[in-house]
Design a binder for this molecule. Sequence first.
Ligand SMILES: O=C(CO)COP(=O)(O)O
Length: 286
Amino acid sequence: MHGSDRKLARLFHPVTGKAVVAPLDHGVMEGMLTGLEELPRLLELVGDFPVQGIMLNKGALRAHLADVPVDVMAIAQLSGGTRHCQPPYARSLMCSTAEALRLGADMVAVQVNIANEFEDRMLADMGAIVDEAHGLGVPVLALIAPKGERVINETDPSLINHCIRLGAELGADVTGVPYSGDARSFGRAVAASSARVLVTGGPSRPDFKSFATMVEAALGAGACGTCIGRNVFQHPNPVEAMRRIVEIVHGREVLEMAAEALRALGVADVSADAAAAEAARDAAGD
Ligand SMILES: O=C(CO)COP(=O)(O)O
């Protein structure tokens, strides 16, 4: 067992063995993105659910660490790049693992976009971060996706399976990838991976119901959780969207237990009542 394994175990729910990570790191890429402007409000929302990890950039970590519940992993996003960059899929390292640790992070994340002219640098950065983080006993989440001018289909199964394999080959503890939609080959890549796999969300989709079906399919194919941001926080009803994702990953019982615990503490009623949740979903047109 490595030093990082003990911390990594905390990322997975003790009953379900799965993880819901809330990425709130989009400000570097997008600037003032609708739905993601107010971090304190989002942290409050996330804190009302059985979520296992919150991903923040280093400035946000410094400003808001106190608002990340102590039983939730604070994940420092070390990579960044803005959508104004040419090309917009280039990512650079913005923070070291040592600095992330100093800021209070429990885990670090690094982003790699493959199949473009900058992948060699992003891969080298990932390699260096894995070495540095493991040297300090810190687990690594690698968010890997195919992005670039030559990429025609960003969820092409062979490219997504390559991303899954890459995470494991380069020593990530957890790899986050988009779902390919091909359950069989995705399942094979996940089963062969020494790193556990989370499914990422991508840009907000107008049809949340079909998005949720995709997430369910990814979990069914072997993903052991989610790292979904925009499809939750840009949903017309982010509370309901968050509830649905948690329900898919951990099941209704865990959701209800968490709601009950909050009620007992007199904290806001996240009301996991099944009928109310169903009604809200219908009202939201999902
Ligand atoms: O990991 C992520 C951002 O760093 C995933 O976020 P999205 O679900 O918004 O794509």
